[in-house]
Design a protein. Structure first.
Length: 322
């Protein structure tokens, strides 16, 4: 028999433009689900267009949670999102609905399933030092500097993953303990959760064409006006919302630094780069375990996949870990 406290969740993950949102809606309609956002940009109310947030038609088809709930002037950390997501999962469970987490932010999903390392405060001096060293050494050199302090984290993180490489370096320098060790000391994952994950991993050429098309659709939907409104607020450039793909690229056009065609091309390139990083993450992470079953789907979502996916979810919901 299953534990009465056990909560089953479904995760729909993968890179941008792989079809996660469409699949999530089909699952919600078929299994009486509540869709819970697991995308680090869709949490911001100021990024409706740039984050491809669900519109009115999609919202009418199923309950949605954690979309557009945080102002761009705030930062939503993985820890903050985890707290909100656990509340949303509990709410869906009370309503006898299946929690369906949809998104491409691997760090969020990892925080939910594996917990978070409790790190001490990092002094500003350590952050300044890391930034200066990264700028002086360059991407590859800074990654090598991290490898000298924390070989395990350096092996896990790609040199291009600037944010996490920098964070790992800061932690190792400031605390004297590698991030890899802090991760081993992390909180125990929520033992009441068991998950089934559908991971969409289309061929990269198909994915990149979809990324380019998505950017053009965003331009048609008013992405420039959204960025212009955001820029008028004068927010700090290091806020997560201000680092969203499209803000810098379209901001350069709006300020007269580049042509419209150059801005669109840069935004398409940035979107493809982002999808590539997501693709690599989901191809390597979310390991199958007693609490996580995974169905990799090596194509872009289409309705022809639904019978296989529905069967996978039904089997998951009918099977319980003793």
């Amino acid at each position: 028999m299953a534990s009465p406290s056990e909560t089953s969740i479904v995760i729909v993950a993968g890179p941008t433009a792989s079809g996660k949102s469409a699949l999530g809606l089909h699952l919600a309609e078929r299994f009486d689900g509540t869709i819970i956002n697991a995308d680090s940009q869709q949490v911001y109310r100021d990024l409706a267009v740039l984050s491809a947030r669900p519109g009115a038609a999609e919202l009418a088809r199923a309950p949605h949670r954690l979309y557009g709930v945080i102002d761009a002037a705030e930062a939503c950390s993985a820890g903050r999102w985890r707290h909100l997501a656990l509340e949303a999962i509990a709410e869906a469970h009370r309503e006898r609905r299946l929690p369906i987490l949809v998104g491409g932010t691997g760090l969020y999903l990892e925080a939910l399933l594996r917990g978070l390392a409790e790190l001490p405060p990092i002094p500003a001096a350590a952050r300044t030092e890391a930034q200066a060293l990264r700028e002086s050494l360059g991407q590859a050199g800074f990654h090598a500097a991290l490898a000298a302090l924390d070989p395990e984290s350096a092996q896990r993180l790609a040199p291009a993953d600037k944010q996490r490489v920098t964070r790992a370096y800061e932690v190792a320098r400031a605390t004297g303990v590698p991030m890899s060790e802090w991760r081993r000391r992390q909180q125990a994952p929520n033992a009441g959760l068991r998950a089934a994950a559908i991971v969409l991993l289309p061929p990269r050429d198909v994915l990149y064409r979809a990324c380019d098309a998505r950017v053009l659709a965003m331009i048609e939907a008013g992405a420039e006006a959204e960025v212009e409104t955001l820029m008028r607020r004068g927010l700090a450039p290091n806020l997560p919302a201000m680092k969203a793909v499209g803000v810098r690229e379209l901001g350069a056009f709006l300020s007269g630094q580049v042509s419209h065609a150059q801005a669109v091309a840069a935004m398409q390139q940035a979107t493809r780069n982002y999808a590539k990083r997501q693709y690599t993450w989901f191809g390597r992470r979310l390991p199958i375990s007693n609490s996580l079953k995974k169905l990799p789907v090596e194509t872009q979502f289409s309705e022809s996949l639904l019978p296989e996916i529905f069967s996978f979810i039904r089997e998951f919901l009918l099977t319980r870990t003793l």
